[in-house]
Design a protein around this ligand. Structure first.
Ligand code: ADP
Ligand code: MG
Length: 243
């Protein structure tokens, strides 16, 4: 499985979403969060799920990332049907191929920046010296050379999200999922964060799936998928490829 990595950058589909539905049941009430969603994402694309609050974006992202179960339908990533995987298989798949960036950073407050970035590599049993080396490299890439031994509470929101990005990318995931990564940040910092994510993904032809309610952030994407009331209402190319 590790051999023969094809670098057909152009049209290789990496994620397939097939007629995914999600119904939340609360008591007698059913909320249709996703109502039959289908699309594909090509390897190396920066894809944005755009929509207002409550439209179903996070539900869709979480199902695509194997964090939540679909009520029906299928998700394939790298041609593997993740909607059929058991928890153990899914956990291994996530570790190997996926990275995550969260709106609230989700860093461990008792650990410094290097230690936070090391976390995914601990699960992968990478030796300590290699972990530290890689974590430092990534922190330098995201512009935190001077903050590597700081703890989250000693950093600004933008700096914490840089740590979050370093952690997401440190194990060279093929796909990085990000749910409102700039949702807690001011406009200037948001643009800095988007630029970092985009640049990092482009370097290794990684695929990004980002959720946002903000059309300004969606402009960083190659492909924009608009979600409304659990349905896709529009799909088009993003306009800011060179910014
Ligand atoms: P978005 O991320 O676009 O704001 P969500 O995917 O979080 O939207 O939510 C879509 C719909 O599903 C909303 O109506 C929301 O209230 C509902 N929903 C989300 N998560 C749950 C849950 N765990 N239980 C019940 N309803 C939920
Ligand atoms: Mg959401």
């Amino acid at each position: 499985m590790e051999n023969s990595i094809e670098t057909n950058k152009n049209k290789e589909v990496i994620i397939e979403v097939n007629d995914v539905k999600k119904v939340y049941k609360i008591g007698n009430e059913a909320v249709k969060a996703l109502d039959g969603v289908s699309f594909t994402i090509n390897k190396g694309d920066f894809c944005c799920l755009l929509g207002t609050s409550g439209s179903g974006k996070s539900t869709l992202l979480n199902i695509m990332a194997g964090i939540e179960k679909a009520t029906s339908g299928e998700i394939r990533i790298k041609n593997q049907v993740i909607t059929k995987m058991g928890e153990n298989q899914l956990a291994k798949f996530r570790q190997k191929y996926l990275g995550f960036v969260f709106q609230a950073y989700n860093l461990i407050n008792s650990l410094n920046a290097i230690e936070n970035v090391e976390m995914p590599m601990i699960f992968k049993e990478v030796p300590k010296s290699k972990r530290v080396k890689k974590a430092k490299e990534l922190l330098i890439t995201v512009g935190l050379k001077e903050r590597m031994t700081h703890k989250p509470t000693q950093m600004s929101g933008g700096q914490q999200q840089r740590v979050g990005i370093a952690r997401a990318f440190v194990s060279d995931p093929e796909v990085v999922f990000a749910d409102e990564p700039t949702g807690n940040l001011d406009s200037k910092t948001s643009h800095e964060i988007m630029t970092i994510i985009k640049k990092m993904a482009e370097e290794k032809n990684q695929t990004i799936v980002m959720v946002t309610h903000d059309p300004t952030m969606a402009k960083y994407a190659d492909k924009i998928i608009e979600v409304h009331d659990g349905k896709i209402i529009k799909m088009y190319d993003g306009g800011n490829k060179n910014e």
